[in-house]
Design a protein around this ligand. Structure first.
Ligand SMILES: Cc1ncc(C[n+]2csc(CCOP(=O)(O)OP(=O)(O)O)c2C)c(N)n1
Ligand SMILES: [Mg+2]
Length: 342
């Protein structure tokens, strides 16, 4: 007679307290990084629409709390793998906005000497193993980095950022399975922004209410987090990082979030095509930056005037990054076959 298997439900995580229980300087740094991501992405839109940038860019606006909450729980020598929507991850892990912007414009001072563009930025000194144009491409890389940390006997961890769409790539099964069997220090962080390109997850994903339910198949912890609450993301990640460092193996954290802009800069008006204005407005009402700013004010860590001043400083820094990028030269034609596979 057949038996029915009971599937373990993922744990739903909320921020533990309405009071901010994490150190003040960490709160302010998380805020600074979230605002930096938003202003950087707005500047990418500007340079793109001015015709200064070739190709496309996938903007992270609306999802800032996920990258920042996760990376705030990591050390510099921990690893991350990123995605095609990677600018937020890079800034959250400490990437330099001037070199990133130069890379967007294809200039020689960019992270890849202008040859990689938006989807291939890496900085090994910060543990950033690379953005990735291949959906799901980071899963094997992060798992391999975690295996390397374990074999070298360090306590480094690796985080794999991936989307709800990437969760349906076959490599997820392979990577999560081996990570679980070998108890590797890797965190699979699913950024569930509800869409893969122009298709809602519910149309293409069998169990779509919580992708974290898949953790049960590997007997690893599965957590569902409000990805627009930077404190909740930080707390959930910290717990899973501590566990991974202690040799207890991988986990799957699903952050529920939303991208405000289209799939990429060429997808200008999603509300007229594949999603509704009501849905977008409902997510904007849960804006990760505005929410955290209210908490900073309530906690006495910032005033409205402070927030405005910090925003001005960040906008200035981003403008300087754009100027740096514009003034940087293109790589010389003589190195067209250097640093690339030919
Ligand atoms: C292997 C592979 N298949 C398809 C694509 C085309 N593609 C680029 S982004 C994307 C959607 C990814 O959705 P998701 O993983 O949810 O990430 P999001 O864009 O929502 O951040 C697709 C299908 C690709 N780049 N790589
Ligand atoms: Mg998605």
């Amino acid at each position: 007679m057949a038996t029915t298997v009971t599937v373990k439900k993922p744990v739903q995580v909320a921020s533990k307290a309405t009071r901010l229980t994490i150190p003040d300087d960490l709160c302010l740094e998380m805020h600074r990084r979230m605002v930096t991501i938003r202003r950087f992405e707005e500047a990418v839109w500007e340079v793109y629409t001015q015709g200064l940038m070739r190709g496309l860019a996938h903007l992270y606006i609306g999802e800032e709390a996920t990258a920042v909450g996760v990376c705030a729980a990591l050390r510099t020598d921990d690893y991350i793998t990123s995605t095609h929507r990677g600018h937020g991850h890079l800034i959250a892990k400490g990437g330099r906005v001037d070199r990133m912007m130069a890379e967007m414009l294809g200039k020689v001072d960019g992270y890849n000497r202008g040859k990689g563009g938006t989807m291939h930025i890496a900085d090994l000194s910060l543990g950033i193993l690379g953005a990735n144009g291949i959906v799901g491409g980071g899963m094997g890389l992060a798992t391999g980095a975690a295996l390397s940390a374990k074999m070298r006997g360090t306590d480094q961890v690796a985080v794999c950022f991936f989307g709800d769409g990437a969760a349906n790539q076959g490599v997820f099964l392979e990577a999560a399975n081996l990570a679980a069997v070998w108890k590797l220090p890797v965190l699979f962080v699913c950024e569930n922004n509800q869409y893969g390109e122009y298709t809602a997850a519910k149309h293409v994903t069998a169990i779509h209410e919580h992708i974290a339910e898949r953790a049960a198949a590997f007997d690893i912890p599965g957590l569902v987090v409000d990805g627009n609450d930077v404190v909740a993301v930080y707390e959930a990640t910290k717990e899973m990082v501590d566990r991974a460092r202690a040799g207890e193996g991988p986990s799957l954290i699903e952050c529920k979030t939303y991208r405000y802009r289209g799939h990429h800069v060429g997808d200008g008006n999603p509300e007229k095509t594949y999603r509704t204005q009501e849905e977008t407005d409902a997510w904007k009402a849960k804006d990760p930056i505005a929410r955290f700013q209210r908490r900073l004010i309530e906690a006495g860590l910032a005033t409205e005037a402070d927030l405005a001043a910090w925003d001005g400083e960040i906008q200035q820094q981003i403008q300087e990054a754009v100027e740096f990028a514009k003034q940087s030269p293109y790589p010389p034609a003589s190195e067209v076959t250097d640093h690339v596979y030919v």
